[in-house]
Design a binder for this molecule. Structure first.
Ligand code: FE2
Ligand code: FE2
Length: 203
């Protein structure tokens, strides 16, 4: 398998990824534009916080690769790949496009290292041991320019002013606030992830 260090022309590689994204999301313009926005935002965040900008941009481009699938297909693939799901898979279906894509993307982009696919897997539900790249992609998904609302503006203003972990925790907590305020199902691991970072960073 070719290693990431052997990708000589990163610009050309990203251009090819964008072409593949165009095909994948040919009839999903909004989702395609969101993916491009996440990629650009992830690249900027990476530069601000000392993360590899190429890996951040690559992960941003493909983070929603499998969001084009319908719910039965996502559930079927998650079962086929034995993806661990806390609680009921049906309730967690909105989160499955991350881990399902992380299984499939290495076949399409074998030159990329595993940390890119881990960041894709974790952009939906996060994890208790987020890497810097995981956090960059998670945050970029929440604050890319197409995201409207006071919360997105507030988080965007924090970029560069607070450290990466605090920014991630703020984004994650904001997501939980939304889940609770709209009375949606909360994925069971969210509480332990919240507590893990609250104990380290909270007041
Ligand atoms: Fe997503
Ligand atoms: Fe997304």
């Amino acid at each position: 398998m070719q290693e990431y260090r052997d990708i000589e022309d990163k610009k050309a590689y990203l251009a090819r990824m964008r072409e593949m994204l165009d095909v994948r999301m040919a009839d999903k313009t909004k989702r395609r534009n969101h993916s491009l926005g996440v990629a650009r935002t992830a690249k900027k965040l990476a530069k601000t916080y000392g993360v590899d900008p190429f890996l951040a941009e690559a992960a941003g481009l493909v983070h929603d690769w499998d969001k084009v699938l319908d719910k039965p297909e996502l559930l079927a693939r998650a079962a086929q790949y034995s993806i661990p799901v806390a609680g009921s898979p049906t309730n967690a279906v909105a989160l499955l496009h991350g881990p399902v894509a992380a299984v499939e993307l290495p076949q399409l982009f074998p030159e990329l290292p595993p940390e890119v696919f881990q960041a894709v897997a974790r952009h939906t539900s996060a994890a208790e041991d987020m890497t810097d790249l995981d956090m960059v992609v998670f945050i970029a998904d929440a604050i890319e320019p197409m995201r409207k609302g006071d919360y997105a503006d507030r988080l965007r203003k924090s970029v560069g002013k607070v450290d990466l972990k605090h920014l991630f925790f703020d984004c994650f907590a904001q997501g939980l606030e939304y889940v609770i305020s709209t009375r949606r199902y909360m994925y069971p691991t969210a509480i332990s992830i919240y507590n893990r970072y609250a104990l380290e960073l909270g007041c």
